[in-house]
Design a protein around this ligand. Structure first.
Ligand code: FE2
Ligand code: FE2
Length: 182
C-alpha cells in the first residue's frame, strides 16, 4: 500500500464502498486476520474459564463465611465476563466467529480451571491464572503492534485490568496467608 497519507479521497471512498460487506475491515487493515482471530478466540476462552473459576470460588468462599473475599471473587468474575464480551464483539467486527463452544474451552484457554481446597488455595490459583493472562495478553499486544490498533488497544485495556486483579489477589494473599510476605 502507498505509504503516503495523500491517498486520493475518491480512491478511499471507492475502496470503502467496494467491500462494504467486510464491515469494519478496510483495505488498510494490516493484520494477519486469521492469526488475530485465533489469538482473540484464545483470549476469549481464557476469559470464560476465568469467569467460571471465579464464580466457583465465589460460591465456595461464601460457604466458608469469607464474605469480603467472596465479594472480590464476584467482582472479578463480572469483569472477566465484560472482557469476554468485548473480545467476542471485536471478533465479530473482524468478520470472525466467537468460539463459545464449551467443548475444547480449556484447551483454547491459556489459564486453568483449578477449584482450590481452601480460601488461600483459591486466592493463589486465581493469582496464578491472572499472571498467565498478563503474560499472554502482553504477547498478544506486542504481536498486534500497529497491525490492528483497535484490537491492540482493547487488549491493552484488558491487560491493565488483569494487573489490577493480580494486585487485589496479592493483597488478599498477604491478609489471609501469614506465611506470604506482602
Ligand atoms: Fe479478564
Ligand atoms: Fe482478571
Amino acid at each position: 500500500m502507498d505509504k503516503s497519507f495523500l491517498t486520493d479521497i475518491k480512491e478511499l471512498r471507492r475502496r470503502a464502498r467496494s467491500h462494504i460487506e467486510q464491515g469494519a475491515i478496510t483495505a488498510a487493515y494490516r493484520g494477519d486476520r486469521e492469526t488475530v482471530l485465533r489469538l482473540l478466540n484464545e483470549a476469549l476462552a481464557t476469559e470464560l474459564v476465568c469467569v467460571l473459576r471465579y464464580k466457583r470460588h465465589y460460591y465456595m468462599a461464601s460457604g466458608i463465611h469469607a464474605q469480603a473475599v467472596a465479594e472480590e471473587f464476584l467482582e472479578h468474575a463480572s469483569e472477566e465476563q465484560a472482557h469476554a464480551d468485548l473480545i467476542a464483539e471485536r471478533i465479530n467486527q473482524l468478520g470472525g466467529e466467537p468460539d463459545l463452544n464449551p467443548e475444547g474451552l480449556l484447551t483454547r484457554s491459556h489459564s486453568e480451571y483449578v477449584e482450590g481446597d481452601d480460601l488461600v488455595d483459591m486466592i493463589k490459583e486465581d493469582l496464578v491464572a491472572e499472571r498467565i493472562a498478563i503474560e499472554s495478553y502482553g504477547e498478544i499486544v506486542r504481536f498486534l503492534g500497529d497491525h490492528d490498533i483497535t484490537s491492540r488497544r482493547m487488549m491493552e485495556e484488558i491487560l491493565e485490568n488483569e494487573e489490577e486483579h493480580a494486585d487485589d489477589l496479592r493483597n488478599l494473599l498477604a491478609t489471609f496467608d501469614p506465611t506470604h510476605p506482602a
